[in-house]
Design a protein around this ligand. Sequence first.
Ligand code: ADP
Length: 360
Amino acid sequence: DNGVFSLLAFVIQNLEGQKTVCFVFIDSVVFIEQFLAPKMQELATDNYVITASNIENDNMVFATDSTENEGLQTLPLWLLPDYKVSVTLKGSSAATLSKKRFKVNLLWIIVLITVLVLGFVIIVRNLRKEMQLTQLKSDFVSSVSHEIRTPLALINMFAETLLLDRVRDEQKKKEYYEIISKETSRLKNIVNKILNFSQMETSKRSYDIQLHLIDEIVRETLNTYSYHLENKGFTHDVIYQSDGYKANLDSEAVTEALINLIDNAIKYSKSDKRIAIKTGTTSDGVFVEVQDFGLGISTKNQKLIFDKFFRVTQGDIYNVRGAGLGLSITKSIMDAHQGKIELSSVYGEGSTFRLVFPKA
Ligand code: ADP
C-alpha cells in the first residue's frame, strides 16, 4: 500500500568515533493514529479541523472532526513525506466566513447610518421647534403689549380730559366714563387670561367641580354677555336641547371657556354678524356649541389653533387682536373636565366649536 511505511535512516557516532547506521521502519498510519492524533486534537481546539491524509491518493488517515470545507492551508509532514496535514476552519470556509463578516459589517454600517440620519432629523426638528417657539414668544409679547397699550392709552387720554374739566356736556362726560370703564374691563380680561394661563402652565389651577345643568350656565353667561354682543352689532340664537342631563362642571371655568368661544366668534366674523349657540346631548356627553358665520379656519390651521400662543397671522385676521391663549386655555379647561373640544370649520364660511362634557 502506497506510503504505509516510512524508512528513517540515520548515523550515530559513539565516544570512540565508531559510526553506526540505523534504520527505523515507521508504520505511517499507526504513527499518525497513535502519536500525531492526540497532538492534532489538542491543537485543533473548537475552531479548526486538522486532517492528515495521503498525498498521492488523498486517503484520509485521521481528522479531528468531520468537515466538508477545503483546507485553509496544507503542508506535507516532513517526517512522513507521503502524508500531508490540512487545517480548516470549523463550520465554514474562509469564503463563507468573509461573506458573513461582510454582511455583519454592512449591517453595522446600515445601523450607524440610520442612527446618524435619525439624530440629524431629531436635531433639525428640535431646532425648528425652538425657532418656532422663539417666534411665537416674540409674537406673544408684541401682541400682548399691543393689547395692553391701546386700552391704557384710551384710559389715560379720557381720564386726563375729564380731570382737566374741559368737558362741559354731561352726555359727553358719561360717554368718556363708559369708555374708561369698558377699557378697564378689557385690561382686566387680558390680565386674567394671562394669569389663568400661567396657573395652568404650572398646574396650579384648581377646579370646583359640581353637578350642573349646562343650560343654566349658558343662560347665565348670555344674561350678562348679550348686552356686549348687541353692542358689537351681533344677533344671537340659542337652542337648549340638553334634556335636563347634568354634568360635573366648574361653572366659573366653563363660563370662561364659553366666553372665549363667543369672543372669538365676535372677533373672527366679518359682515355676517350672527352667532348660534346650542346645547344638546351625545350618546355619553352633554355639549354646548358656538357657531359663527365668519372667516372660518383652513384645514391646516385647524390642527394648530389649540396650541399656546398660536395665531393665524395671514389674510383678514391680521388686524384682529389677541394673544393666542384663548383656545389653549379652553382646551386645558376641557381636559380638566375629562371633556373634549370639537371643531368643524369651512374656510370663508364659518366655524362651530363644541365643548363636550361627560354625562354625570
Ligand atoms: P386669539 O384669539 O387671542 O388669537 P385663540 O387661542 O383664541 O387666540 O385663537 C387662536 C387662533 O385661532 C386665532 O388667532 C384665530 O386665527 C383662530 N380662531 C379662533 N377662533 C376662531 C373663529 N371662531 N373663527 C376663525 N378663526 C378662529
